[in-house]
Design a protein around this ligand. Structure first.
Ligand SMILES: [Zn+2]
Length: 301
């Protein structure tokens, strides 16, 4: 019986749809986007999940072998993956997916980048020397990357160009409708004063017209210190300028948020930073639905 089943599977295999392109995404938001635009034509995997800090992961052998077999890498860039992607690329030795090749798409190169420093002082430990890499928190950026990614899929797999074009057009139509819905829903959030753990939300702040009054990290990438938090109590507490909400990503410890919240009575909330960062953020649409719901429910005014 088992032999019979194996034989059947063998016969059936060529009839099943074969993925045409292997896509290796560095972050789950780009994996979700590649799946939306590629459908059955792509086999997608992500190097990181939403409960990991994409600044820091290990260049594991399993990731190296996935890069070796990939047809397309989709990564944020702007040095977000500087600690591990160069290592993966050199060990995988796949000439088709090196930066500059059609098989490498740098998402952040397709959006207007914020916080580009005039002068980089690495001695201070700032880990965003090419501007802020966390571009996925503005849905207009997702649309720009979708256009670039759709075009790239067509170029790499011209035989299926019509399908990629149709998928991309459908996604963008749904996405634009969702953006209008989100912008209406978010109107009460305008001028909301937020304190963020890491500078992960500058694109969201810019999109919704929020105000980032402080960060728990003294410098991007340097964990909150007792000194810095103590200073924040004075700056943003009752005696200072005040703030409406403290925001962190799922992979950041809630210790600093809680500490400051307890001393200032400013509410603290976790927001999903990518697809999979909360139960509700199960795709790109759910990600923004949930970010807005959590902001609206938890803001301290
Ligand atoms: Zn960062």
């Amino acid at each position: 019986m088992r032999k019979f089943i194996v034989a059947l599977l063998f016969l059936a295999a060529p009839l099943m749809a074969q993925a045409e392109l292997r896509v290796f995404a560095c972050e789950p938001e780009w994996a979700a986007l590649a799946e939306a635009l590629g459908g059955d034509l792509v086999e997608v995997s992500s190097a990181t999940h939403a409960l990991q800090d994409p600044h820091y992961i290990q260049a594991r052998p399993s990731l190296i072998s996935r890069v070796r077999r990939a047809d397309l890498l989709v990564c944020t860039g702007a040095e977000l993956e500087i600690g591990w992607l160069p290592k993966l690329l050199s060990k995988a030795n796949n000439p088709d997916v090196q930066p500059g090749k059609p098989g490498f798409l740098e998402a952040s190169a397709h959006v207007p980048r914020l916080d580009v420093p005039e002068r980089v002082d690495r001695a201070q430990g700032d880990m965003h020397p090419q501007g802020n890499p966390h571009v996925q928190t503005n849905p207009h950026n997702i649309a720009l990357v979708a256009e670039a990614l759709g075009a790239r899929l067509e170029r790499l797999d011209p035989g299926n160009a019509a399908a990629y074009r149709e998928n991309t057009a459908n996604f963008l139509a749904d996405w634009q409708a969702a953006i209008e819905r989100w912008e209406t829903k978010a109107a009460p959030l305008k001028d909301l004063r937020v304190i963020t753990h890491h500078k992960s939300w500058v694109y969201l702040v810019d999109w919704l017209g929020l105000e980032e009054v402080a960060t728990l990290e003294p410098v991007p990438g340097i964990p909150p210190t007792a000194n810095h938090l103590g200073m924040l109590v004075t700056e943003v507490g009752d005696q200072g300028q005040g703030a409406d909400l403290i925001v962190r990503a799922p992979y950041q410890s809630d210790k600093a948020s809680k500490w400051l919240s307890e001393r200032t009575a400013i509410p603290a909330v976790m927001l999903p930073l990518s697809v999979g960062g909360s139960d509700e953020a199960n795709d790109l649409f759910g990600l923004f639905d949930d970010i807005l719901s959590r902001l609206l429910e938890n803001r301290g005014r």
